[in-house]
Design a protein around this ligand. Structure first.
Ligand code: AMP
Ligand code: MG
Length: 268
């Protein structure tokens, strides 16, 4: 597989077994980190412009299995951007108040405002992943959600938001390593939840659910990227490259200066 295959075209049937979580082109840890740092400076400049312009928004959806690297990625890729222009929302199991509404109700209110980058750490996709695997709603309910998701994302895009979706793809063996590392490190115990173990047992069911979500909701206006994520440094570089390319295409511009600024004299 080549780099481009990890950003599949709409209507591609996704089989995750075809996607190597160790893929890293010709990069090594040092060259990838240096390149990521270099590209991040350009993201910082473009984010400043996006915020100043106040006309377009960028929504970044991050999904992964436990230990897939969602938190680490968000921390790395957005280190250095102006926090005033970025919102991060982590979606947990819905509250009773949220469960009493449609599944997109709690999501929509966190969509980024114009000028902002909004990051979703988990998202509306949980409603066709954990909800499906754990049979939290009847089959016909989760099955109808792919169309609802596509329509919802189209609404956001037509209202001035760009959408990028990243699935951080790790292997089951890599997850085991990372869970063991969490157990070994007292500073990481807070990240270890016994509830993650039954999820790991259902790995294959989750892969199937991910494949359907990635296949059915990979649209031209809200594309999925399958990020090889066994190597954290390649994961960070891959996502940084995609975000930078998107921000460049959005081409945000500083608003024009007020007329007469060249005449201004600042009084003593
Ligand atoms: P974490 O990301 O480790 O803080 O865990 C958040 C938990 O919330 C995960 O176990 C998710 O599966 C769960 N979660 C998120 N969204 C939903 C949802 N819509 N329905 C059920 N569980 C969810
Ligand atoms: Mg967790």
């Amino acid at each position: 597989m080549k780099r481009a295959d990890f950003s599949p075209l709409p209507d591609t049937k996704i089989n995750l077994k075809d996607y190597d979580p160790d893929f890293h082109e010709d990069w090594n840890k040092q060259t990838a980190k240096d390149e990521t740092d270099r590209l991040q400076e350009r993201i910082q400049d473009l984010q400043e412009r996006l915020y100043a312009e106040g006309k377009q928004a960028l929504l970044i959806v991050v999904q992964a299995m436990d230990t897939g690297g969602k938190d680490g990625l968000i921390k790395k890729v957005f280190s250095g951007v102006n926090p005033q222009g970025v919102t991060v929302t982590s979606f947990k199991a819905p509250t009773p108040e949220e469960l009493a509404r449609d599944f997109l109700w709690r999501i929509h209110r966190h969509a980024p405002a114009k000028g902002f980058i909004g990051i979703f750490n988990r998202s509306h996709y949980e409603d066709v992943l954990v909800v499906r695997v754990n049979k939290l709603v009847p089959t016909e309910v989760w099955k109808s959600r792919y169309d609802h998701i596509n329509a919802f994302e189209r609404l956001l895009v037509e209202s001035g938001t760009r959408i990028l979706k990243f699935y951080l793809h790790i292997s089951k063996a890599e997850q085991k390593e990372r869970l063991l590392a969490r157990l070994d490190n007292p500073n990481k115990h807070w990240k270890f939840s016994l509830g993650d173990l039954p999820v790991r047992e259902r790995w294959d069911d989750y892969m199937k659910a991910y494949e359907d979500a990635l296949t059915r909701c990979n649209t031209e206006y809200a594309p999925w990227h399958i990020v090889p994520a066994n190597r954290k440094w390649y994961r960070d570089l891959f996502v940084t490259q995609v975000i930078l390319k998107t921000l460049e295409a959005m081409n945000p511009r500083f608003p024009p200066a007020e007329a007469g600024l060249d005449q201004v004299v600042i009084p003593d």
